[in-house]
Design a protein around this ligand. Structure first.
Ligand code: ATP
Ligand code: MG
Length: 409
């Protein structure tokens, strides 16, 4: 059973060692910190910027959480344990922004049909999260593509990271493979940069995401450091919030639970659907009869018992009897069906309440998008001021106005 506490998961996240792919190549924030063969890192061309005035001192504002999902379908138990559970737990402590990342969806699914499904999927996703316990009075949901300023920030960030750095992000290759791409699309390579724009456009302080997204958050941290080094302290350095279960295996036992692989139990599944999916789950393949001792470790049925069964004594008893060949798969799965249904029941009740209020979800998304856009516009203006971009055009405009006045005089 998952019993996260902020203290444990955040300190675990901070203490977690970073893998070779996640090593920050620019510890000082300087892109030229990387010493590549044939090039010498030099600071001659790099001058630290003076402190830019922030719109609000970091200590004065409430800390923010940013996370979300791509609108490719309904949410499942993997999304729940990987991120949503932490969203629910932290939503009152942090000002919460929940993105519906439809521009990120385009990196692997960009047909007209995919795009036509976004509004329905967005509604489903938000309803799933409300059912899971997100309080719409506290959290702000928004649709990424309705905030064009994010794309502007993405463009500015593209110069703060190198192609080899992005090529080392392992999840991107997995996503390209899963989407049947022979070659890496440019947009998919830039997935973590756009994600940095999402996180930093609201100055996100914490980012609760599953394992496939951990390396992306590391790229965000590097971009924020690099930006602050070059142009002044504008951004916080966001922290990853790890979940207890960083990757939930699918019902097929082969790979992570994923809606596209057909191995997912949806948060919106009814009791009969949960039963059918659990009965069909992959277990120890060597166990052709109930009296053959079975393996618990790596067995997805027991991984789900550990994650979702609220009766630890029952789980311990089942494991012991399974190892000894004294319990059938049917009983183990029956008890898992009951446990998962107990887990989902409060969500079903909340869902019914929200579903009764027609148009509510649409209003939540639209109001949240407008609110977020206002926030992002403030941050983008600060970014452009810090970079001096605003100044370039202002100079040209002043000169143009003077020239016009002289001509008209
Ligand atoms: P799917 O893999 O089902 O197609 P997705 O990859 O489109 O979903 P994202 O929008 O990329 O989902 O991810 C949303 C969040 O859910 C991320 O934080 C991701 O790490 C997390 N997540 C997705 N699947 C799992 C899983 N099986 N276990 C743990 N976390 C997961
Ligand atoms: Mg994913």
């Amino acid at each position: 059973m998952i019993t996260n506490t902020l203290g444990s998961s955040r300190s675990a996240a901070l203490a977690a060692p970073i893998g070779p792919d996640e090593v920050d190549p620019h510890p000082s924030g300087r892109i030229d910190d990387v010493t590549t063969p044939g090039s010498t890192a030099t600071s001659a061309t790099q001058t630290p910027a003076t402190q830019a005035p922030a719109t609000q001192a970091p200590s004065a504002r409430r800390k923010r959480m940013l996370t979300g999902d791509r609108p490719t379908g309904k949410l499942h138990l993997g999304h729940f344990v990987g991120s949503i559970e932490n969203r629910v737990r932290l939503q009152h402590e942090y000002e919460t922004f929940l993105i519906i990342a439809d521009l990120h969806m385009l990196t692997t699914r960009n047909t007209r049909k995919d795009i036509d499904e976004v509004s329905r999927n967005a509604r489903d996703m938000v309803l799933d999260q409300l059912s899971a316990g997100i309080d719409p009075e506290h959290a702000t949901f928004y649709l990424q593509s309705a905030i064009p300023e994010v794309c502007e920030l993405n463009t500015l960030f593209q110069n703060l990271v190198t192609v080899p750095r992005l090529e080392r992000v392992p999840s991107l290759k997995d996503m390209a493979r899963a989407a049947g791409k022979d070659e890496m699309p440019y947009g998919l390579l830039g997935y973590p940069v756009l994600q940095a724009a999402d996180i930093l456009c609201v100055k996100g302080d914490i980012v609760p995401v599953g394992k496939d997204n951990h390396a992306h958050v590391e790229v965000t941290r590097e971009i924020a450091r690099r930006f602050n080094f070059l142009y002044g302290e504008v951004f916080p350095i966001p922290e990853l919030v790890e979940s207890q279960i960083t990757t939930l295996i699918g019902t097929d036992g082969q790979s992570k639970m994923s809606k596209s692989l057909g191995n997912a139990i949806m948060l919106s599944d009814d009791a009969a659907t949960v039963r059918r999916k659990v009965i069909g789950m992959y277990t120890d393949p060597n166990r052709v009869r109930a009296d053959i001792p079975g393996t618990v470790e790596g067995n997805p049925v027991f991984a789900y018992h550990d994650a979702f069964n609220d009766d630890p004594a029952e789980v311990a008893d089942l494991k012991e009897r399974y190892r000894a060949g004294r319990v059938g798969d049917v009983e183990v799965k029956d008890r898992l069906t009951s446990a998962v249904n107990r887990y989902l029941e409060p969500m079903r009740e909340r869902r019914t309440g929200f579903e009764r209020r027609s148009g509510l979800v649409d209003e939540i998304i639209v109001d949240g998008t407008e609110r977020t856009r206002r926030e992002v516009q403030v941050v983008l203006a600060e970014v452009k001021r810090a970079m001096g971009i605003t100044g370039s055009y202002n100079q040209l405009r002043r000169k143009a106005e003077q020239a016009r006045k002289r001509r008209d005089a």
